[in-house]
Design a protein around this ligand. Structure first.
Ligand SMILES: CC(C)(COP(=O)(O)OP(=O)(O)OC[C@H]1O[C@@H](n2cnc3c(N)ncnc32)[C@H](O)[C@@H]1OP(=O)(O)O)[C@@H](O)C(=O)NCCC(=O)NCCS
Length: 139
């Protein structure tokens, strides 16, 4: 398995769509990574930043490749990049993987504590039918 920084977000967006994930406009994306098995894109993640608030987003792994530590590695890559840019905190929003992130040190926070400039669901047309959870990790 190879992990690479990438500027091509198309495979990630296609995978996220196939997994029925919400895809918010790709604003403020400052870095992205892909996991590749024999050159096949099998997972990825993006890092957003606005006003020095950092957000992990769009993390996903192809079904057949899940539970092999790819998600963990992608989170590490995002954390390291954010840290190297001086971030003290890393934020994320999730609907479905609420039980996944605490093992990496993320803790749930109320929406009011989430920085508004990276609140991607703010203008989302599906907001009314969505009950997301908000997380932060001290880096
Ligand atoms: C969530 C996801 C990115 C994790 O990636 P991964 O490579 O499978 O994760 P890892 O190998 O690092 O970790 C696997 C562990 O996480 C657990 N896990 C995976 N998805 C989970 C979820 N939605 N909720 C709680 N735990 C979850 C697995 O059960 C496994 O647990 P175990 O180690 O006790 O067996 C991946 O499962 C995925 O793409 N899911 C569908 C899309 C999605 O929900 N993305 C998150 C959007 S916020």
């Amino acid at each position: 398995m190879e992990f690479k920084e990438t500027t091509d977000l198309e495979p990630l967006v296609a995978l996220a769509k196939s997994l029925d994930m919400r895809i918010h406009p790709l604003d403020n994306v400052i870095a992205a990574w892909g996991a590749f098995e024999h050159k096949e894109f099998v997972g990825g993640v993006i890092l957003r930043c606005s006003n020095e608030f950092y957000q992990l987003d769009l993390i996903c792994v192809k079904k057949e490749f899940q539970s092999r530590g790819i998600g963990k590695k992608l989170i590490e890559l995002v954390e390291n990049e954010a840290r190297s840019r001086g971030a003290k905190k890393l934020y994320l929003i999730t609907r479905r993987a609420v039980g996944y992130y605490p093992r990496f040190g993320f803790r749930k926070i109320p929406e009011e504590k989430f920085p508004e400039c990276i609140l991607v669901c703010k203008d989302c047309e599906k907001k009314a039918e969505c009950s997301p959870f908000f997380f932060v990790k001290d880096l």
